[in-house]
Design a protein around this ligand. Structure first.
Ligand code: AMP
Length: 364
């Protein structure tokens, strides 16, 4: 860990952690940090961001605003982020000021571009579906022909929750799909005929120590995570495979913090990586009520240079995202003895917006 030592040892309680992004992930990170005695400063363009309302300080500024970044860097001993589309210049600016950002710029760069991501994964012993890049409609048609149909076309950058993606059934349709996605560089992916979607949440500390959570089984609707069940019922061999993938990705990125790795379980028992998220992850929310140390505290421990905590499951959890008006049922959820309610304090319940989640807890 030559490039990321905290000057003068671990961050101490009473010191300040900066978080780029003030959504629900920032809010749960801020809460975990506060529990360990840290102050948190949030930078978010919105004045009323969910994380800002539980943090010690909020800087309202865009992510590339030099003054905002200056203020963040001046206040925080270390800066982290809650989403992977933080502009690379923001991290570079903080680094110029001598402020450490974790996870580091390599993880951010890889996770921001699906082509770089898949290339990195395959180069580090973490297999993915077959893929090809295209920058023109003609190249998209050629890539679709080469991969076989159907193929999933995704924008290389800035897709999330199933946005920026299109299935292509006939090679000739790839040109229209390319244009419909905005004419930006894309990646085409072979269709994964998976039997299940799983994910593994893992962490790496500043000393290179790693910790891996039990796998979660995930169900999506309309590209948005609906439900996770964890620990997923898996064979020891499958759990082993996931751990090996996590170890390779963490080491390859010289990573510090928590990472989310989305996996496809194939019929032949192989795991393919769908994507990596260099942050705490929606499919890890079950750990809040299902593990010794949850993913949010784990991330704070890792970036602060503290020892990682145990990832052992203490309960079996069904995590259900509360989308839009579903969160209005809070009183019903609060009355269920097995249900732990987590609300994000968002004011505006737009359809499909993640307003909160519940963890339904059962004995292991
Ligand atoms: P992503 O935005 O890459 O996480 O994709 C969102 C969802 O689309 C995944 O959770 C899968 O359900 C599905 N998906 C993504 N890539 C593929 C693929 N290559 N083959 C089949 N389904 C996919």
């Amino acid at each position: 860990m030559a490039d990321l030592p905290l000057k003068g040892g671990p961050l101490e309680p009473g010191q300040t952690i900066g978080i780029l992004g003030g959504g629900q992930l920032g809010r749960m990170l801020a809460t975990a940090a506060a529990r360990l005695g840290f102050d948190v400063v949030i930078l978010d363009p919105e004045p009323d961001a969910p994380a800002g309302r539980v943090a010690a300080h909020t800087i309202v500024a865009s992510y590339d605003d030099p003054q905002g970044l200056e203020a963040l860097g001046a206040a925080a001993g270390i800066v982290t982020y809650e989403f992977e589309n933080v502009p690379a210049q923001a991290v570079a600016r903080l680094a110029e000021m001598g402020v450490e950002v974790a996870p580091g710029p390599l993880a951010l760069r890889i996770a921001q571009d699906r082509l770089e991501e898949k290339t990195f994964l395959n180069g580090h012993g973490a297999p993915t579906v077959a893929f090809a890049a295209a920058d023109t409609p003609e190249a998209a048609v050629a890539a679709a022909e080469q991969l076989g149909l159907p193929v999933l076309m995704k924008t290389r950058r800035e897709g999330y929750d199933g946005k920026g993606q299109r299935w292509v059934e006939h090679a000739a349709d790839a040109a229209a799909a390319f244009r419909a996605l905005g004419g930006v560089p894309v990646i085409l992916e072979a269709a994964a005929e998976f039997v299940r979607e799983l994910s593994v949440i893992a962490a790496r500390g500043r000393d290179g120590a790693t910790a891996v959570y039990p796998l979660a089984e995930n169900h999506h609707e309309g590209g948005i995570l609906r439900r996770s069940i964890a620990p997923a019922r898996v064979t020891p061999a499958l759990a082993d495979q996931a751990e090996r993938i996590a170890a390779r990705v963490l080491a390859g990125l010289d990573y510090v913090g928590v990472i989310g790795i989305e996996l496809f379980e194939m019929a032949d028992g192989r795991l393919l990586v769908n994507e990596i998220a260099p942050r705490v992850h929606n499919t890890g929310h079950w750990t809040l009520d299902g593990c010794e140390v949850d993913q949010f505290e784990q991330h704070i421990r890792a970036i602060a240079g503290w020892p990682l905590g145990p990832t052992v499951a203490v309960a079996r959890v069904e995590m259900l995202n509360l989308l839009g008006e579903e969160a209005d049922q809070w009183l019903k959820f609060a009355a269920e003895p097995e249900t732990r309610l987590h609300l994000y304090g968002k004011r505006d319940a737009k359809p499909g917006r993640k307003m909160g989640h519940v963890n339904r807890v059962k004995p292991l």
